[in-house]
Write a protein that binds this ligand. Structure first.
Ligand code: OKS
Ligand code: ZN
Length: 347
């Protein structure tokens, strides 16, 4: 398996996120990826390669150009406000909720940050753009790698920051560019007529869903903690079937907090059945391992050995497959669990 890893992921290194009235240390840390890299190297899984330069045109076909411009320039704008800001991260604090205008372009920096985000848990730092763009390049290159050969092939975009919460024009949930959506779009443009995205992170992939909600060429399926109690709360319910040309091309499978591997597997099988009916030419797996029983911010009960079976089950689809790295915060076990998925997949 080709593994595109992001050599500059560590440049995205948030200091703090807002949680219950306090600033607390970020869960989404550079160490997460280093554990995965160590586990893969130790077990000799895959060949690691760095990505080429990011295809900014493709990124601008998935994300709105004005959002990409904002992300690219945000840090310079922040420093321009006050050079002392270099010691601080950018954290959103004001949002245009119901009744506000979305068709305006405020020049105030806090207003622009709010226009392009949805929570105060996702610090934007000096190196966020560089890391996110290189991560997007990993996803695009992984898609192109599985498109170029004959028969089923698989590649992984082993990157952070993660991507599945990022929408066409907003960041949040630690995500800035939607790597899974970029992989799906790259697969389409490389010739796959129909692409399925299966999101098995603990959290609903709201960004991916919203990007493809009105498209019939990309099926989005997500198995996740019930948003009634779990982040991102405002999307990810069972009654979101897609719209317009995309009607019938979105499937949400929310599960109660506390769900174990048996219950989770039942939902996975429903998702796989929908993917089978869709008859995709290629597959993207948004792979979060925050479904692990020891995850500090999530509430499913998967065990490390279960991930071997998950990988084996996904391989049985026999489709060209791109994995993107999403959540997982039991830092020391993230490496074991991701490596188990890939080992199970390789068989
Ligand atoms: C509230 C908690 C934010 C949870 C973000 C979830 C990130 C994730 N401050 N998404 O898949 O793992
Ligand atoms: Zn997650």
């Amino acid at each position: 398996m080709h593994i595109f890893h992001n050599p500059v992921h560590g440049k995205h290194d948030g200091r703090q996120e807002m949680f219950r009235g306090r600033l607390v240390p970020c869960h989404e840390t550079p160490a997460r990826l280093e554990y995965v890299l160590d586990a893969l190297r130790q077990r000799g899984i895959g060949t690691l390669q760095a990505p080429a330069a990011p295809d900014l045109d493709l990124i601008r076909r998935v994300h709105s150009p004005r959002y990409v411009d904002f992300l690219q320039g945000a840090w310079a704008d922040w420093i321009a406000l006050d050079p002392a800001n270099a010691e601080l991260d950018i954290l959103p604090s004001v949002w245009p909720v119901r009744g506000f205008r979305h068709d305006i372009s405020p020049s105030n920096f806090a207003a622009r940050v709010g226009l392009f985000s949805f929570d105060s848990g996702s610090p934007l730092t000096a190196g966020t753009w560089e890391a996110a763009a290189a991560g997007a390049a990993c996803a695009i290159d992984a898609a192109r790698a599985v498109s170029s050969g004959h028969g089923p092939r698989a590649a992984m975009a082993l990157t952070r920051p993660p991507g599945h919460h990022a929408g066409a024009d907003f960041f949040g949930g630690y995500c800035f560019l939607n790597n899974a959506a970029l992989a799906a779009q790259a697969l389409r443009e490389a010739g796959a007529e129909r692409v399925a995205v299966l999101d098995i992170d603990y959290h609903h992939g709201n960004g991916t869903q919203s990007i493809f909600y009105e498209r019939g060429d990309v099926l989005t399926v997500s198995v996740h903690g019930d948003p009634t109690t779990e982040y991102p709360f405002f999307l990810g319910y069972a009654d979101e079937p897609g719209q317009g040309a995309g009607l019938g091309a979105n499937l949400n499978l929310p599960l109660a907090a506390g769900t174990d591997f048996a219950g989770w597997t039942e939902a996975l099988e429903q998702g796989l059945a929908a993917i089978g009916r869709f008859k995709p030419d290629a597959l993207v797996i948004a792979l979060g391992v925050d479904t692990y029983e020891g995850d500090p911010i999530s509430k499913f009960k998967l065990r490390s050995a279960d991930y071997l079976q998950v990988g084996a089950r996904l391989a049985r689809l026999g489709l060209p497959t791109v994995f993107t790295m999403e959540g997982g915060y039991a830092v020391a076990e993230v490496g074991t669990n991701v490596a188990n998925v890939l080992e199970g997949y390789a068989g």
